[in-house]
Design a protein around this ligand. Sequence first.
Ligand SMILES: [Fe+2]
Ligand SMILES: [Fe+2]
Ligand SMILES: [Fe+2]
Length: 410
Amino acid sequence: MTSVYPLSKKCFAELVSTLSMVMDMEENIKLYHGWRVALFADRIGNVLGMPTDELFYGGLLHDIGALGMEDHIVHRIMNGDYLNDPKILAHPLKGAAIVKRLPGMERIALYVEDHHERWDGKGYPAGKKGREISGGGQVILAADLIDISLRHIKKPDIKKIVDSFRTLKSFFRPDIYEAALEVLGDIPFVAAMVDYNNLRYYIESRIRLEEDQCSPDQQGGEIFINIFADIIDAKHAYTGGHSRRVGEYSLYIGRVLNIGSLFEDNLYKAALLHDFGKVAVPKRILDARRRLSEAEFNIVKQHPVHTIELLNSVTSLSFLAEAAGGHHERYDGKGYPRGLKGSDIPLYSQIISLADSLDAITSDRPYQKARSFSRAAEIIGEMRGTQFDPDITDAALEAIKEFAVKEKIV
Ligand SMILES: [Fe+2]
Ligand SMILES: [Fe+2]
Ligand SMILES: [Fe+2]
């Protein structure tokens, strides 16, 4: 498999596995569906002598088309209430379209497209039959159904899983069915897949197999940063497009401040990712149409901490962690999470913070109607020297004017 030029394969592996983990985050709970499907698919492929790289990445990304649904797809499938839901029926094709955005991953996109097709022709989305279905799609389906049945039982009773898998014979190409049963026969491996600490170890060891290096200054992760921004914006209904707008406003402010093109590029990336940690905040809190309780607000206040942790866990994005995670600090030291003051707050964070406020003021929110850009300039001006650094506030006010002229907003 070719890597996403110029990303090293190791950086790529880290990005894809983090992407998968984040998709499977429900509030603070990690479901690790993608990780387990990837590891099972890798094993099954190994038994069959298939190229396992593509199965591994396909497994990590197979449900990417189900992003932003009310309830995680795993719960929907476990409850069996999905067959009339157009969103569920569309997720393989939608996912394939997203995976195609990653260069060199056309085959993986095909696997994603096929991962609910069945050998007997009774699957979806196309009802393909027998050899019409890609082998990779069938391997991922096997891994997917194994993971779902693992979730149905409290203790890993392997015999029960094997018995329930045996009933699915008509779903699979015969050799793939046999290979999946062989993998299920490896009891220590199956038991390891149930233990979440072990899972991390298995994923990290798999990433280590890539022999090249991943360093913090790796370039080329733009596609991922954009997909991450889509995830953040897809998760929370009323903030649609927020990350991109904050990115754009940050660039306007950065240009007024003359930070230079290289820095603009990093500023834009940090801005796209500033709310990454919101994937760990419960949807019922983020989308609440009422005032939050103190306890709820404290949970919201943790999101920059999660942003920092998530970005630090990806080598090629770690240099953006502090910039992205500092966007709720305030010039007067009354911000969060660290209560940093004045110039202790990274410049990028201060710019993103202004851009974030600008978007909050000018967007419709459950508790407030969107206000005009000129009203936003007034409100931001009032916070000059308290919430915001005076010089950066002046730059932001200048940027708002430029933006309003260019976009013809009165
Ligand atoms: Fe799926
Ligand atoms: Fe799945
Ligand atoms: Fe935020």
